[in-house]
Ligand binder design. Structure first.
Ligand code: FES
Ligand code: MG
Length: 567
């Protein structure tokens, strides 16, 4: 042990306060006799099937903590379920992060194991861990067993979007649609494609916040229960050695996380989450920095939506260690791993790349798989997942068709569809962090039905929103500043020419400056529809996407690290 336990400020002594504190823990079955108190943050919930299996990991975790000389206490945390929360689980990511951080701060905890799985529970846990700065590991629930339909293995999200297209174009009838619901409603665990959850699991491992080999271990597998045991043991060790997230999460690890994100064709949402984590630690995950890293990284993982397989195949092929091995000198071998070793050690033991995780000599798509664009339409930047886009649309100029909100798009799309040509650029605004609020995953605007029936599969779509990590198409996202705060997206009108040039890193609104100035004079912010509660607070404090959509009051790096968690 490197010093006094943090919990001793509550538990040591003979006065009535210490006595009461010890008694309170004893009544929960803990043994507050000088052992490290390890909090297990439980995000399992019937409302969040992705996290439901975490319940079964608590017992092995608790036993491992006790066996290693700690004492475990389980506490509930808001569970952010992507499937059921409206308007978006993202609206609550910062709330869950605050809840976790403040719980860690207020209680006599020496270390944390954060149970997480679905898209937003993982970044919320990482953000909280970074700010609370107690020795911490994440234990992730893993991807769900693939659903089967008519002999076909369904990848979460991605195959749903494909079947939605089949339904809209008349190739999938009502019976097939009903069958799909039953097939999907059978398993728990995270999405098994390279959506946000799988992406964030890999990035968590790259950031050394979960044990090597942990990311992507399938839900309900024996490996996962065994991982719970190793996680419990390791976190007690980390308390003894005072290994905290602010030391563990380094720029080297963060840069590797950005490389991994690009190499797996991961979720664009992860760019926002990494920026939020970096913002809390004073590290750099700015769009310019990310773009420099993305420039060199090809697609190496054959996993949906950019490839054909699922997370289970990725893990069987060696997981993150093999991917880092495939990246070779593009990855930083000095970055730490969560078990105290380095990336170099992990890579040395990893299986060689093959089919699912390719060597660079047989890349699946060239670099970059992700790109940042800037210009008069997005002065502070926007992002596009190049690997999921159509090559021929990466340089495209076309007339804008503008929808002022998601509701407007849903209402008018079909009426206006006949007037929309295949070269149109579909613009949707009002979907940003402030505008929606919470920046929902509305960015994959559907191809208008008449065009889809005529065989058009992709168009350029631009918004200040996000899209699901399981989505695909030539979709420009996270336009900043967003329209709601007066970004140029607010000024676009039907018929304006928009030029997208991904190789040049540009996105421009080809409208004369004086015309735009007139439009700006005529523009005024709409009154907030939120007068009370969390959405009102959220609108007031949330930063733009390039800053991770974190809160201004949470984002600043802590000047004095030792004082992050009193005492
Ligand atoms: Fe929860 Fe995909 S909806 S992981
Ligand atoms: Mg998602």
């Amino acid at each position: 042990m490197t010093g006094k336990l943090r919990s001793s400020a509550w538990l040591d002594g003979t006065d009535e306060a210490a006595l009461l504190h010890r008694a309170a823990l004893r009544s929960a079955g803990a043994t507050p006799d000088g052992r490290p108190v390890i909090g297990i943050a439980d995000t399992a919930s019937d409302l969040n099937p992705c996290n439901l299996g975490l319940r079964d990991l608590i017992d092995p975790l608790r036993s491992a903590i006790e066996d290693a000389g700690g004492t475990a206490v389980v506490f509930p945390v808001m569970s952010l379920g992507e499937d059921l929360m409206k308007p978006s689980a993202m609206l609550y990511r910062n709330l869950a992060a605050m809840e976790l951080e403040e719980t860690a701060r207020a209680y006599p905890l020496d270390g944390l194991v954060l149970l997480a799985n679905c898209d937003k529970t993982v970044p919320a846990a990482l953000m909280a861990a970074a700010s609370a700065d107690l020795p911490a590991l994440l234990l992730l629930g893993g991807p769900r067993t693939p659903a089967m339909m008519r002999g076909r293995r369904l990848g979460s999200g991605t195959d749903l979007w494909r079947m939605l297209d089949e339904r809209r174009t008349g190739r999938l009838g009502d019976d097939g649609w009903a069958e799909l619901e039953h097939c999907l409603g059978t398993t728990t665990g995270a999405c098994n494609t390279m959506g946000t959850a799988s992406t964030m699991a890999l990035l968590t491992e790259a950031l050394a916040m979960t044990l090597p080999g942990a990311a992507g271990l399938p839900a309900w597998s024996t490996e996962l229960a065994e991982l719970a045991t190793r996680t419990g043991r390791r976190v007690v060790e980390m308390v003894r050695e005072d290994i905290r997230p602010q030391r563990v999460i380094t720029q080297a690890g963060l840069d590797n996380a950005l490389r991994v994100l690009a190499a797996v064709g991961g979720s664009t949402n992860a760019i926002i989450h990494l920026a939020a984590i970096a913002g809390r630690l004073g590290l750099d995950a700015s769009l310019d920095h990310a773009a420099r890293i993305f420039a060199d990284i090809p697609l190496l993982a054959d996993v949906e939506p950019c490839g054909a397989r699922l997370m289970q195949d990725f893990v069987a092929a060696g997981g993150l260690g093999t991917l880092l091995k495939a990246l070779g000198e593009l990855a930083d071998p000095t970055a730490p791993a969560a078990d105290g070793r380095t990336v170099a050690d992990v890579v040395a033991e990893a299986p060689a790349p093959g089919e699912v995780i390719r060597p660079r000599s047989r890349e699946l798509a060239p670099a970059p798989t992700m790109a940042v664009v800037r210009g008069s339409l997005a002065p502070d930047g926007a992002v596009i997942k190049v690997a999921a886009a159509s090559r021929e649309l990466l340089r495209h100029t076309g007339p804008a068709r503008v929808f002022s909100s998601y509701e407007d798009m849903r209402e008018r799309m079909d009426d206006e569809a006949s007037a929309i040509g295949p070269d149109a650029v579909l613009v949707m605004r009002g979907c940003g962090p402030v505008g929606a609020p919470g920046m929902p995953e509305w960015g994959m605007v559907p191809v208008p039905e008449p065009l889809a029936r005529a065989g058009v599969t992709d168009m350029v779509r631009i918004s200040d929103g996000r899209m699901s990590g399981t989505s695909f198409g030539t979709v420009v996202l996270h336009v900043a500043p967003e329209s709601e705060v007066g970004g140029p997206l607010a000024l676009v009108e039907d018929g304006d020419l928009i030029a997208l040039d991904v190789p040049a890193g540009r996105i421009d609104l080809l409208v004369d400056g004086t015309v735009l100035e007139h439009r700006r004079q005529a523009w005024s912010p709409r009154p907030s529809p939120h007068r009370r509660g969390w959405p009102a607070l959220y609108r007031e404090r949330v930063l733009q996407a390039p800053e991770g959509a974190d809160f201004d009051v949470l984002a600043a790096p802590t000047p004095d690290r030792r004082r992050v968690v009193p005492p």
